[in-house]
Design a protein. Structure first.
Length: 163
């Protein structure tokens, strides 16, 4: 059974699709794409079925990442099939932990920037939706900075399963 990671933001059209695309590229580059599945969702369903924000698509494509996305809302029932749920900010972290059916499920939720050793105390990825392109570029930079640490943690978990 693959190790499953889900990135979660508010509407699943900006931050979490960026994180999903970037991390999927890291997983593929590391040769773990058979062992690890990556997807994303939102805490709300306002944009269900919509593609990613055009600005998110633009920064991903400029960075050499692929995206094929349709927004969806995170459901509590998913916890049972997920190994790791990555929140993009502390509001998402709290909402997801409240939604978790068990304490073990709540323990699966982590903040993305907690995997960036240079992040400092502010672990939130700011929501770029109401801003300009530079907010999307900053989001991509934050996701890229956290991805190596997240990849190392996921690799440890995958290798631990095989042992």
């Amino acid at each position: 059974m693959p190790y499953r990671v889900c990135f979660v933001c508010t509407g699943n059209i900006c931050r979490s699709p960026i994180a999903e695309s970037v991390f999927r590229a890291h997983i593929e580059e590391a040769g773990l794409d058979v062992e690890v599945e990556v997807d994303s969702a939102g805490t709300g369903g306002w944009h269900e079925g919509d593609g990613a924000d055009s600005r998110a698509v633009a920064v991903l494509e400029a960075g050499g990442y692929e995206i094929d996305h349709a927004a969806r809302q995170f459901e509590a029932s998913w916890f049972s099939r997920l190994d790791l749920v990555i929140a993009l900010d502390s509001g998402h972290l709290k909402a997801l932990r409240r939604l978790a059916p068990t304490p073990e499920d709540a323990d699966k939720v982590r903040l993305l920037r907690s995997y960036d050793p240079d992040a400092g105390d502010d672990l939130d990825v700011p929501d770029p939706y109401y801003g300009h392109m530079d907010g999307f570029e900053e989001c991509l930079e934050m996701v890229e900075a956290a991805s190596p640490g997240l990849l190392a943690a996921v690799r440890d978990q995958v290798e631990g399963r095989a042992a």
